[in-house]
Design a binder for this molecule. Structure first.
Ligand code: FES
Length: 116
């Protein structure tokens, strides 16, 4: 395993993300609540480029005929069929056994690296 530095910490503000290629893999690098998260840019449903989907929130549990929206900025919505995934874990909101791969991220001297 090696750390591949792909960005400067100062260039990725909270709530932003970039898509990078590392060792032939397309990976979305997200900054959320001050932390960095790296997710495989691949939807486990039918293989869409997941990280090209919008960062958004989702509907929350609620009573019948009531719609509550929350978790703004914590979710990626797949651009093909709308499956939603947590940025922090890569897990699908519908079934936590379905997930996209998550990579370890290291920050060293202001540089952000993905461990592969
Ligand atoms: S390919 Fe992502 S929801 Fe279908």
């Amino acid at each position: 395993m090696a750390t591949h530095f792909v960005a400067e910490e100062k260039d990725l503000a909270d709530g932003q993300h970039i898509i990078v290629d590392v060792e032939g893999r397309s990976i979305g690098l997200y900054r959320l609540d001050g932390e960095f998260y790296a997710l495989h840019n691949y939807c486990p449903h039918e293989g869409a480029p997941l990280c090209k989907g919008p960062v958004c929130g989702t509907t929350l549990p609620s009573s019948v005929y009531e719609y509550r929206f929350g978790r703004e900025g914590e979710i990626i919505r797949c651009p093909w069929h709308g499956w939603e995934f947590e940025i922090k874990t890569g897990k699908s909101l519908v079934n936590e056994k379905v997930r996209t791969r998550r990579y370890k991220v290291e920050v060293e001297n202001g540089k952000v690296g993905i461990v592969i």
